[in-house]
Design a protein around this ligand. Structure first.
Ligand code: HEM
Length: 285
């Protein structure tokens, strides 16, 4: 954790000190973030809890009040939305599962070791999957949580994810209202509840004729996030940014296909498992 000034360090320390009180008074005691416990007790890991709180301080430029209100808002959202269930318990539409992949590249450059791939081009003809915003959101949040499950918050070279949107095969003359709704909703949730989690986002195989979509969607995105975007018309150029990607289709060095690289198993953290057990116990009673 790096602090540019004493003031930043003090803000962080104040937030850590106030956390038990804030969680009790403003978050109904809910202390889980990305499967980790934020307050001391069983399943608590201080380094990880501090790294996560630090992300909130950094995202809100060490402004104490803003960091607090956004951290509490995320905890309350997590308590209600239950993203761990979206990641590890729920079954999602197979069409969606087939276009959301995860890869882990141990030797890739810092913070590009875990990559989420969204093959949205393939989905453009399967519009039915966008009809129910909540269903789509639960699928996309589930994938986000599982990608976070591959990170290591004690390792500053692997505590952010990179994302790829592959738009191969996409064609549209206007923005489909359902796709627009889902896109807006996912962007809003990611910006609010996953701060300091994205290292870079690559949009590949974007036909030149569709750069207008980029201009439309960019309007929903904050400046900080926009700076991480790279748009590539030619998907095989991705290998220049992500050498561990498959050589086939993506121009990387790996002989494996994307499907072969896909990480299917992500384990929930011990705290997530504990929370699942609690929930099952409560449902039975
Ligand atoms: C974000 C779907 C076409 C640029 C998103 C998101 C979805 C989505 C669901 C939410 C963020 C996420 O899932 O990570 C689609 C579909 C498309 C399409 C289904 C076509 C049928 C395009 C095209 C572009 C584009 C042609 C042009 C480059 C973007 C941008 C974001 C975005 C800039 C914001 C990313 C972020 O804030 O993380 N898209 N998209 N999209 N899309 Fe697309």
């Amino acid at each position: 954790m790096k602090f540019a000034s004493d003031l930043e360090k003090k803000t962080f320390e104040k937030l850590i000190e106030q956390l038990p009180n804030l969680i009790e008074k403003k978050c109904q005691g809910y202390d889980e973030m990305y499967g980790y416990k934020l307050l001391p007790g069983e399943h608590y890991d201080e380094d990880i809890a501090h790294a996560l709180v630090y992300k909130y301080c950094k995202a809100y430029k060490f402004q104490y009040d803003e960091a607090v209100s956004n951290l509490c808002s995320t905890l309350n959202w997590r308590r209600e939305f239950d993203p761990l269930s979206a990641a590890f318990s729920e079954r999602h539409d197979e069409t969606l599962n087939n276009v959301g992949l995860l890869t882990r590249y141990e030797d890739e450059q810092p913070n590009r070791k875990v990559v989420t791939w969204n093959l949205y081009g393939e989905l453009s003809k399967q519009k039915q999957v966008f009809a129910d915003v909540n269903k789509f959101l639960r699928y996309r949040v589930g994938l986000m949580e599982r990608s976070i499950g591959l990170l290591d918050f004690k390792d500053e070279t692997n505590d952010y994810v990179a994302q790829v949107h592959d738009y191969d095969g996409v064609s549209m003359w206007r923005m489909d209202p359902d796709i627009k709704k889902c896109t807006k909703q996912v962007i809003a949730v990611f910006q609010k509840h996953y701060p300091e989690m994205l290292s870079a986002k690559f949009f590949i195989n974007v036909p030149s004729l569709l750069t207008w979509v980029y201009d439309v969607v960019k309007r929903f995105v904050n400046e900080e996030t926009k700076r991480k975007f790279v748009v590539l018309n030619d998907g095989t150029k991705l290998g220049q940014y992500l050498p561990a990607a498959p050589s086939k289709l993506y121009g990387g060095k790996s002989k494996q296909t994307l499907l072969e690289q896909n990480v299917l198993e992500v384990k929930p953290t011990p705290y997530a498992l504990y929370l699942f057990e609690q929930k099952v116990g409560a449902d039975v009673e």
